[in-house]
Design a protein around this ligand. Structure first.
Ligand SMILES: Cc1cc2nc3c(=O)[nH]c(=O)nc-3n(C[C@H](O)[C@H](O)[C@H](O)COP(=O)(O)OP(=O)(O)OC[C@H]3O[C@@H](n4cnc5c(N)ncnc54)[C@H](O)[C@@H]3O)c2cc1C
Length: 468
């Protein structure tokens, strides 16, 4: 093999996955069609669970500490206070996508991932024990032989098409127009509703203003290219009444409420993650976070399989766990889109929802969902808490955090190092959750709760494979 794992796409998800695979000991080559990162501002917020994951991997430290934070979340534009959520990282953390990609790229390369730029993948040829990846690179056509290929190549994924993945759902019906504009002076607006539509404006530290606008009832356009600035100017004028035409557009785009999800995240030796696996409106900053959390679920499993430590069936748990998590997130996004982009006819619904969001239990539930903190994997939801749920970084102690940072599992046990040794990839450290021992997977989720030696051993073998 040229590389045990080939990742197509060096966006945030591909780079996160590359680092995770290296932590798990697998060789990885990332093929990216762009010669240089695009630098487009796109996603700008990390949610609480992504920040916990970044903390687990030492990435918050690499950033020089947490980025700026905003406790003001929203549910479809209805204010949602994110403070008080049970996590060390409540709120929305402001990190422009180019900075996220730079951080993850440096981390993955430092761990030994090979990132090749200017290489566009155009064909896949699956064999019995490998996949051949054909691409056009700077030196002409090239073929790479890999054990596994992961498509992290975004919403128009080539890997999804070549791999024959069904991608059911629906196309955009409505859209938000967006422009980063220099040289305009308009007041900041947070989900301001006008009779004709919805307007958002935020002045950035560099002086440019990001405006977003939707005219109620205006259908999404069929687009093969970004909209012109004149379209944004026209719709803004119609909705808000202000004239933006004197400004200089820095970046203009439109995003619609497309909602699609791959039927399977795995087809043999080909897998999908991030926007390649699910396409959604990036409302509430959920899109990039969902993809990063796919990568962290897949990385350690694929590393274990690609290095021969675990059987292939382990990869099916990636589909089961992340498809379910994606389905829930897409439903949450769908509900928010109705509330956000619905016209005056949604007024009564918004009034009732705003009242409900004010109730502590409802607020807590929605804040946990916005933070990606409410995911419980697999049969976990039937077992004793916190089975299947994430274990916040603080519960692991110094030794547990160090083990997780290295991509190893952790057994939190009241006896500490004197507790049972369950697997050579699991560190036993002092700790417990509500007094019970907990086996923690490399992605920070609880794989077993309780001290039963047989149960612990079986869970360790299930998730970490047989002894090397
Ligand atoms: C215009 C736009 C605006 C957005 N705004 C927001 C926002 O405000 N908030 C938010 O949360 N999210 C936003 N998103 C979504 C967010 O950017 C994505 O969720 C996130 O980038 C997904 O990461 P990814 O790594 O899965 O895919 P991507 O970031 O799309 O990365 C895919 C990579 O694959 C590469 N690639 C594609 N095809 C090939 C090929 N054949 N061979 C080799 N390489 C290939 C691409 O060049 C790209 O670098 C926006 C997305 C877009 C497109």
């Amino acid at each position: 093999m040229d590389a045990p794992v080939v990742i197509v796409g060096a966006g945030p998800v591909g780079l996160m996955l590359a680092g995770e695979l290296r932590l798990g000991g697998a060789g990885v080559r990332v093929l990216e069609r762009l010669a240089e990162p695009s630098g487009e501002s796109r996603a700008s917020t990390l949610n609480a669970r992504t920040m916990e994951i970044f903390d687990q991997r030492g990435l918050v430290e690499r950033l020089g500490g947490p980025p700026p934070n905003d406790m003001r979340g929203h549910f479809g534009g209805i204010p949602l206070d994110l403070s008080g959520t049970p996590t060390p990282y409540p709120g929305q953390w402001k990190l422009p996508q180019p900075r996220t990609e730079e951080l993850l790229g440096e981390w993955a390369s430092g761990l030994g991932a090979e990132v090749r730029r200017g290489v566009r993948v155009r064909a896949l040829r699956p064999g019995p024990d490998h996949v051949e990846v054909e691409a056009d690179g700077p030196g002409g056509p090239t073929t790479v032989r890999a054990s596994y290929v992961v498509g992290c190549d975004g919403e128009e994924s080539t890997v999804r098409r070549l791999g024959g993945f069904a991608f059911p759902g629906r196309d955009a019906r409505r859209e938000l127009l967006r422009a980063d504009v220099a040289g305009v002076d308009v007041p900041d607006r947070r989900f301001e509703r006008h009779p004709e539509g919805l307007a958002i404006a935020a002045r950035r530290p560099d002086g440019a203003t990001r405006v977003m606008v939707h005219a109620f009832g205006r259908r999404a356009r069929e687009r093969t290219a970004a909209p012109g600035f004149d379209e944004v100017v026209e719709v803004w004028k119609r909705v808000v009444g202000e004239d933006l035409s004197g400004g200089t557009p820095l970046w203009v785009n439109a995003f619609g409420d497309t909602a699609r999800q791959a039927e399977r995240y795995r087809a043999g030796r080909v897998l999908l993650a991030g926007d390649a696996a699910h396409r959604q409106m990036p409302v509430g900053g959920l899109a990039v976070n969902l993809g990063l959390q796919d990568a962290v679920n897949l990385g350690w499993k694929l590393a274990a399989v690609a290095t021969g430590r675990a059987p292939e069936e382990l990869l099916d748990t990636y589909h089961e766990e992340r498809h379910a998590a994606g389905r829930r997130t897409l439903a949450a996004i769908g509900a928010q889109t109705e509330v956000l982009l619905g016209g005056p006819e949604t007024g009564a619904l918004r009034t009732v929802l705003a009242e409900l969001v004010g109730m502590p239990r409802v607020r807590g539930r929605l804040a946990a969902s916005a933070g990606g903190l409410d995911v419980r994997y697999g049969t976990g939801s039937d077992g004793p808490p916190p089975l299947g749920a994430h274990i916040p970084p603080g519960a692991l102690g110094g030794a547990g955090a160090a083990a997780l940072r290295a991509g190893r599992g952790v057994l939190l046990h009241p006896d500490g190092a004197a507790g049972p040794v369950v697997h050579d990839r699991v560190e036993t450290v002092r700790g417990s959750v509500d007094g019970a021992p907990v086996l923690v997977r490399p992605d920070g989720h609880a794989a077993y709760v309780g001290g039963d030696a047989d149960g612990l051993g079986a869970a360790a073998r299930r998730w970490f494979g047989g002894p090397v």
